[in-house]
Design a protein around this ligand. Sequence first.
Ligand code: SF4
Length: 350
Amino acid sequence: MKTTKRQAVTKHGDLNGLPADLLAWFDRHGRDLPWRTALGERRDPYRVWLAEIMLQQTTIPHGTPYFLTFTQRWPTVEALAAAKDEEVMTAWAGLGYYARARNLLKCAREIAERGSWPETAAELKKLPGIGPYTAGAIAAIAFNQPAAAVDGNVDRVFARLLALKGNWADEKKRLHAEVERLVPAKRPGDFAEALMDLGATVCTPTKPNCLICPVSDYCLAKAEGEPERYPIKPPKKAKPIRRGAAYVAVHKGEVLLQRRPDKGLLGGMLGLPTSDWVEGERPEPSPPFKASWEEIGDVRHVFTHFDLRLTVQRADVSRRPNADGVWVPLDEVEGLPSVFAKAFRLATAG
Ligand code: SF4
């Protein structure tokens, strides 16, 4: 791949030459990730889509083993479409944001039924669980369409390049328009991945490494001398705190688990019985059956819209009570969502 020589003059704020410089850097320093192919090779839309969905709100080190497990178990979108809901939900456990897994299945089934993937961002956006960013990423990376993929990383990089100081909602529109304008006709997918890599490895949130940055000549924030102050966003609202209880019922080496309703938080997942989770005071106890419940301690878990404080209660019973759910041997409990895994570990440690 031919590389473009870096220009010696500074071009602060004028980004026209940026795609060529960024792609030249990407050719040498792009990350080797399991869902990528060698430069110039066609990408499999299934793998691109799966990786993009899995890595929303998830780090690459955490998401990669899930990607490898899924692609080994379900190597094609048709195979995933034919999987049982429970199998997929269990394999997803620990990745969080379980609505993503439900939409993943819906989307796989829609694609399997259609027989092929749509190729444009506009069409991809109509599929379950695919928003503007993911649609742009799949269109550009898998189908070489001139689409922009703008996520939080790209927001940060461009907020710095352009030193955006105004109202963040307005600045974001300007920034998105600028990224779209710059998408190169020839290598849109590489451009999208190069921006992802730049944001992840060089222009990082707290310590941008401007000394090795391939686009520093263009960067207004670097010229100002304080790039880490960007992006300038309105302060985040504090998350509300919800409280509740989780119940670990043990009978002859087995624990009671219940499948949660399909709709709602952690929908369709197997978990511990719980009380309601409410803001304010701790709710009244509501164990799955009457027993001598012992308070073991508290676990905390952060969801997108609230922080959860769960009091963990345990009861050891000699007779199997009449309660909804399934009894699972303690050493075979797996695939619990993180919040329940924490409560289970606390109640069974030692
Ligand atoms: Fe980010 Fe620094 Fe590069 Fe600007 S010069 S894009 S702040 S790493």
